[in-house]
Design a protein around this ligand. Structure first.
Ligand SMILES: [Zn+2]
Ligand SMILES: [Zn+2]
Length: 266
């Protein structure tokens, strides 16, 4: 089997409040769908409870870790990688580094820009990246996340395509800056299957998926970007959702699949 399609590193659990199933349900589905590596990467708990409506609570950290430990016993055929999907912020660095990667022995963290920092608060990237200024903020935040060195890869870097509708000079410039940072620091970027399950957005150029945004990935090839293909499953039945289509995008543009060091763990 294609070694890219037998592994998925982006999977959630019920704890984030907008997904269903627990680790064991995803493991079962992973085996039924021929995966040999399953990365769990639920939306991280945060010490200050920011955005707690879409992520696990700090109190749930032990149960998330023990569900993964138990699954490693119950599903020995599967390599289970312990991760979290995280937003970068300076004040979370020690929690990510010392608590998650250190004390709790997480294998990897995924960086994500579900929000962008605007003034003293945060704005959702879903529906919120409409102006050139928002897009510039998004790109700078992505670059800051990449430069933090905390993340094994960045999930859906083209998420801005959900609300920034035209592939114009601003979109090209923002994407170039993201690619330059990712390429310099060798941080892989994710072609995300969930974007193909969300329903199309209406743009001046017609309907398209909010992400993956094809011109973004076409340009990524010019920068030697390495990619990771994931389903971003929020339901066990989506365990390999749209991964084939995501891999086809990489193949179409000649993008190399990243060989994440964490793949050799266990
Ligand atoms: Zn989610
Ligand atoms: Zn996710």
């Amino acid at each position: 089997m294609n070694t890219t399609l037998n592994r998925n590193f982006h999977t959630h659990t019920y704890r984030c409040k907008h997904a269903s199933g627990d680790v064991a349900d995803y493991c079962q589905a992973a085996l039924e769908n021929g995966l040999s590596v399953l990365g769990m990467s639920d939306h991280t708990a945060l010490p200050d409870h920011r955005w707690s409506n879409v992520r696990m609570e700090m109190e749930e950290l032990p149960s998330y870790c023990s569900a993964i430990d138990q699954a490693r016993v119950d599903f020995p055929e599967l390599t289970i990688i312990k991760g979290m999907e995280c937003e970068y912020a300076d004040e979370y660095t020690s929690f990510y580094q010392d608590t998650l990667l250190g004390e709790l022995q997480f294998d990897y963290l995924v960086g994500a820009a579900h929000y962008i920092p605007v003034g003293n608060s945060w704005k959702s990237s879903f529906g919120g990246i409409e102006s050139a200024a928002d897009l510039r903020t998004y790109a700078n935040y992505m670059i800051q996340s990449i430069e933090s060195g905390l993340f094994a890869f960045m999930s859906h870097p083209d998420l801005f395509g959900n609300s920034y509708l035209s592939w114009d000079q601003e979109a090209i410039a923002a994407s170039q800056d993201i690619f330059e940072a990712a390429s310099a620091l060798k941080v892989p970027l994710e072609i995300n299957g969930l974007g193909m399950r969300r329903g199309k957005v209406d743009t001046p150029q017609g309907k398209r998926n909010p992400y993956p945004w094809l011109p973004f990935w076409e340009m990524a090839a010019d920068y030697g970007i390495e990619v990771v293909v994931n389903s971003d499953a929020h339901r066990p039945e989506d365990i390999v959702g749209n991964m084939k289509e995501a891999a086809a995008i990489a193949e179409k543009f000649g993008l190399a699949f990243a060989d994440l060091p964490l793949l050799t763990k266990n």
